[in-house]
Write a protein that binds this ligand. Sequence first.
Ligand code: ADP
Length: 391
Amino acid sequence: MQVFHENLDCEAPLQLLLFVDERPSSREQIQKVQQYLQSSQADAAPQLQIVEVGEHPYLVEHFKLVATPALVKVHPSPLQVIAGSDLVSQLDLCWSRWQRSVENFLASGTTSRPETEKNGQKQPGISSVLHSAELLRLSDEIFRLKQDKQALQEQLQFKDRIIAMLAHDLRNPLTAASIAIETLELAFNPEGEQHNRLTPALTAQLLRHARTQIRTIEQMITDILQAARGASTELHIKPEILDIGTLCKDVLEDFENRLQAKLQTLETDIPQDLPPVYADQERVRQVIANLVDNAIKYTPEQGRIQVSVLHRTTQKIQVSICDDGPGIPEVNRQRIFEENFRLQRDEAKEGFGLGLALCQRLIRAHYGRIWVGSAAGQGSCFHFTLPVYRL
Ligand code: ADP
């Protein structure tokens, strides 16, 4: 660390560090302090080192400095700090005391390296201060690097886990589509035994089924590609092992007053034995809160809101927030997740049309899905999935 300009091997009994910043007045302060020291006619020439605070934050931290310019008497002990624009006048006030401490130090007989043990007391010199500040910086750096490494490892594990989950999930629609196509193939083979058994209605049904499954596969691939584009790092997702049931209950507590104010009832179905999910607690909290907030906002007074959590497959947990409000017309069920999109009928209500778009980004960053359906033919039912944490 190149903080000082002088050779540290020849440390003087009086060692001072002058901390300055980038302001033009700093140069003037340096000159004033240097002039004062030169004119002070001290017995032993003081050693003054200039430290630019911006370049050496660890030294600033080491001495707990709160203002610049600051002059620190590093040696002899005790350590003393003076700071402010009237540095030279303060130095003048301290000077005789500092000289006495130098005399005492010299009189005590240790004239070699100041940081040696003296009367059982450590006398820190500039070089030892320098080393401890450097150690502090390095240990901070190591701590930060360890944290970065852990975060990266977690991100990689997260991706691995999710890829395995998505690959597994793709198998279901793929198998269903293959079965439908194989059945059709057999029917269209004039030499096959089954070709007479397929009625036109059954053929049409199989074709529809295959098409639906292929659309599901397409959607899943789009989800994978979107997730792989790095949304999780972009949104600073920090996944952890999370109890989603507890989180839901926690979020719902915050809405008690609003529910009461609109005389709405809340029903929950949150099983005790849910497996943990792997997700960012604050981000998922944001999603649940957004959906519950919408349910309360768009459902009239005395309405009913239901929150349920379902262990949908071995790989996924599904959270559903349903209401018996006006619902979302089928044609708009995709568009409401777009930024700034609001249903015309709701334009008079407060809002920017951003909540659902954010929910979608957050859920996709967790490699989950979010969609809306209708609750038992009326109202809205927002669902989202999250990956289960599996060892
Ligand atoms: P905002 O609520 O700020 O308008 P959102 O992105 O949260 O933005 O919602 C977009 C639109 O979707 C809303 O303007 C509203 O028209 C509709 N919407 C959202 N949630 C519900 C719901 N639970 N019931 C009926 N309509 C809803």
